[in-house]
Write a protein that binds this ligand. Structure first.
Ligand code: TYD
Length: 138
């Protein structure tokens, strides 16, 4: 893990009827939740993401199935495999992410700190590396 991302483990309420996991904004995660979206029916072999965000923070959850999240903060890279619904991958701003290797039936739930705003996206990798460097050196 890195200062730019962190694997979170959420509470599980377990009883005979099954498991329940809950996430409260600003409690189980560091930000208030403004938006929820989810990816599903992802065809085998296709990938999602391929961008970073200037300000947005997110938590990515494999609520069913599995997929891999390829991460970079411009200096360090890591691949995090998500396959349990009680784990969430927290992504700070200025993290390049690519979601790959979706299993059949996978559902990727994303909790986001802000509403959708295309101007918050960095979709070009070289621009991202420059922005991340600029942020580090202040
Ligand atoms: P994008 O974030 O590029 O998808 P991904 O990173 O999962 O590959 O979004 C794809 C399209 O969906 C883009 O045209 C914008 C739209 N979109 C919304 O309208 N609202 C949203 O909350 C999100 C995440 C995307």
């Amino acid at each position: 893990m890195s200062g730019s991302w962190e694997l979170l483990r959420f509470p599980i309420v377990n009883d005979r009827r099954g498991n329940l996991t809950f996430i409260e904004g600003s409690r189980n995660i560091s930000f208030g939740i403004s938006r929820v979206y989810y990816l599903y029916d992802v065809p085998g072999g296709s990938f999602r993401g391929g961008h970073a965000h200037k300000e947005l923070e997110q938590v990515v959850i494999a609520v069913s199935g599995s997929f891999d999240v390829h991460l970079s903060d411009g200096r360090r890279s890591e691949v995090v495999s998500l396959n349990r619904s009680y784990y969430g991958l927290y992504l700070k701003n200025l993290v390049w992410r690519e979601l790959r290797n979706f299993s059949s039936g996978a559902c990727c739930l994303v909790l986001a700190s802000h509403n959708y705003d295309e101007s918050d996206y960095i979709r070009d990798y070289d621009t991202f590396v420059l922005e991340a460097h600029r942020e580090r050196v202040g």
